[in-house]
Design a protein around this ligand. Sequence first.
Ligand SMILES: Nc1nc2c(ncn2[C@@H]2O[C@H](COP(=O)(O)OP(=O)(O)O)[C@@H](O)[C@H]2O)c(=O)[nH]1
Ligand SMILES: [Mg+2]
Length: 454
Amino acid sequence: MFDRLSNRLQTVFRNLRGQGTLTEKNIQDALREVRLALLEADVHYATAKAFIDRVKEKSLGTEVLSSLTPGQQLIKIFHDELTALLGGEHREFDLRAIPSQVMMLGLHGSGKTTTSGKLARLWKKQGKKVLLAACDIRRPAAVEQLEVLAGQTGAGIIKPEPGESVPDLGRRALHHARENYYDIVVYDTGGRFQIDEELVAELTALRNAVEPQNVILVLDAAIGQESVSVAKTFHEAVGLTGLVMTKLDGDARGGAALSVVSVTGCPILLTGVGERAEDLEPFHPDRMASRILGMGDVISLVEKVQESIDADEAVRIQEKFKAKGELDLEDFLAQMKQIRRMGSMGKLLELIPGMGSIAENVRNKMLGEGEVRAKKTEAMIQSMTPRERRHPDIINASRRRRIAKGSGCEVSDLNELLRGFKQAKQMAKRMKQMGRKMPRGFGGLGGMPPFGPR
Ligand SMILES: Nc1nc2c(ncn2[C@@H]2O[C@H](COP(=O)(O)OP(=O)(O)O)[C@@H](O)[C@H]2O)c(=O)[nH]1
Ligand SMILES: [Mg+2]
């Protein structure tokens, strides 16, 4: 969504990252580039200016930490400020009351009805009982659209009766929710192509009638700069508690998201990233800032890896490899321990481009599997005698059974480990024949997978 902004900023930061010392000029140049990039990405000029001023102020007043280069430190300041600009903390809907009420408002076509359906699906999955109230009373098609969504998600629906006003409909829905033990009521209101007095009067009347804890403005990211004035007007007229940005799957420049948060002071709670009911993503300011700044790139992954790898150990393995021209399972174990030492795999995964957007449960599952595999591999190698580790070729069938038993693994696990190891060894040998120097760290064992065989 912020692709273009991200690309431009990444170029700026790649240059900064390499700088051992930063001069006033470096900083000025970087700030100018960033300001231009922000403006180009649809960030409101006042927001961009305030942002740059804050970064400038902070970077001048900050002591350079010894563990960071000045370039890294400046990037950190950018990251912190951008996170603050995007709202700071991740925020949720206020769902403490029973029933909790969520009023959706916004311009025509912004995605109110679609998002209402998405929310119903999300909350139903969390075991909540959800009621949708079709408050777009002038368009029969809008009621039908919501009815279909209610049917798909298993939510309840309240439809307008002939001659019923919006506040009356709202009150009836709330009453129905109380009587029937609903957890959440979502009011899907009507919109206009522009905000006018009639719309504001209708929304205010509904708000006063039901007093929702959540008043959510749905904004179409594609309208760019215009969303700033739309958000401002709605906020002043009705009073908002949160924002949803839709259509961020399109080619929207996304910068408006930054501006609306700073203009309204309301957090973005969710983003819409497609037309399907599941195309809804929670909004995390710090993750978004990382993505925009390109901190989630391979470069920082490599940097982290290099920093945490025990340099001496790496040298030792290299020396040994050079002396023997061969790898053994002891090297493998040492390398594995280093990788484990680097700490939480979760942190590392976040640095891999694209991983951030993979659903959390999928990620956790992958993480779980990786950890289990690493533990298994370690246990198996530890169950081997030193001789076996140094000369894996002697591990015959009976030794395999003993090792498997000793480590609580299956023989098939061990077979896989040995097969994977053999491949890595051959690869390392080939690299040596090619006369290439062994790279430090990960690649040091010739592309050996960090967690051994699957
Ligand atoms: N690509 C994309 N389309 C969306 C998204 N949210 C809504 N839409 C589409 O935008 C159009 C208008 O949505 P609708 O919910 O009817 O808007 P409303 O008038 O505010 O209720 C529909 O065609 C939706 O499918 C989104 O996040 N991404
Ligand atoms: Mg609608």
